[in-house]
Design a binder for this molecule. Structure first.
Ligand code: SAM
Length: 296
């Protein structure tokens, strides 16, 4: 394990990407490096920050911080789950920190949640350093598969297995998650969904940083699904304080924007970001972005 990392200088972690966000950077003050190693898939760094708790970084990009992770995990999980009348069989692609699984099993109607993670090391390290996220791996409804999510979906398409909700909680396109941002991936998602099924995918960008890229990704998903909408969550540790998601469904009558179920009192008491009003609000875009992403 290395006690140094190229993104840490003078006690600050710096997230810099000339491709995704040229001319700007996001920095967090580092108390100490907890882990740094390259696996066969990616560079993994975990550090203790001064204000955001422990932080997981893959290939130089922040994935989660203990302080604000709930804003991401709750929105990406509960938007598709409350857009479905009775979601029973759930698939999570990626998500090795366990935060999405934690949210999925809050729904008592869920009977089975399968998580497909390519890198076992992310799960192992999350159990050690991010225990509040990795708390549901032993839940009786949870199965974990250690393999490539894209290949898993190809096998699913052949076997005919279907899921009510599929959540792509992947890292960004540069690295092992590259295939998740291509048309073939959306086609595989379509095949793996039940007729009233809903999918949501991390879109890796937001309207401030790369609107044209989002337009292309949304058009790709709209060429496969009859309904595909952009929504977003707000949290400080993603560049520009926002992260986009693309939600899609097979049934043209499904309304992704107005949830068809409300959290029970018990479910709501376990949520800090999601509520039904936040669900609908996550789809409302500022005028300049709406003109590009939802021009009609
Ligand atoms: N919240 C995060 C974000 O968008 O910044 C995503 C978090 S989660 C840690 C991303 C996970 O996707 C990682 O653990 C990574 O190993 C996994 N992943 C990347 N490519 C994958 C693939 N092809 N199949 C399965 N899992 C993959």
């Amino acid at each position: 394990m290395s006690s140094k990392h190229p993104c840490i200088k003078d006690g600050w972690f710096n997230e810099v990407s000339d491709k995704s966000f040229p001319g700007q950077a996001f920095s967090l003050k580092v108390n100490k490096i907890l882990f740094h190693e390259k696996t066969q898939f990616q560079d993994i760094l975990i550090f203790e920050s001064s204000n955001y708790g422990n932080v997981l970084v893959l290939d130089g990009i922040i994935q989660v911080s203990e302080k604000d992770e709930f804003a991401y995990q709750e929105l990406i999980s509960h938007v598709p789950l409350y857009s479905h009348e009775n979601p029973k069989k759930i698939l999570v692609i990626g998500g090795g920190d366990g935060g999405v699984l934690r949210e999925v099993v809050k729904h008592s109607c869920v009977e089975e949640a399968t998580l497909v993670e390519i890198d076992a090391k992310v799960i192992e390290l999350s159990k050690k350093y991010l225990p509040n996220m990795a708390c549901s791996f032993k839940h009786p409804k949870v199965n974990v598969k250690l393999c490539d999510g894209f290949q898993f979906l190809r096998d699913v398409a052949e076997s005919g297995t279907k899921y009510d909700v599929i959540i792509t909680d992947s890292s960004d396109p540069e690295g092992p998650a590259e295939a998740f941002f291509q048309k073939e991936y959306f086609e595989l998602l379509y095949k793996a969904l039940t007729e009233n099924g809903v999918v949501i995918a991390q879109a890796s960008e937001n309207v401030w940083l790369n609107l044209e890229y989002l337009k292309t990704l949304l058009n790709t998903s709209r060429s496969v699904f009859p309904v595909a909408e952009y929504c977003y969550t707000m949290l400080p540790t993603y560049t520009s304080g926002q992260l986009g998601l693309i939600a899609c469904c097979k049934n043209p009558n499904t309304n992704l924007i107005d949830p068809c179920r409300a959290p029970t009192e018990d479910e709501q008491s376990q949520m800090r970001y999601y509520n039904n009003k936040m669900h609908s609000a996550a789809f409302v875009l500022p005028t300049w972005a709406r003109k590009v992403l939802n021009p009609l």
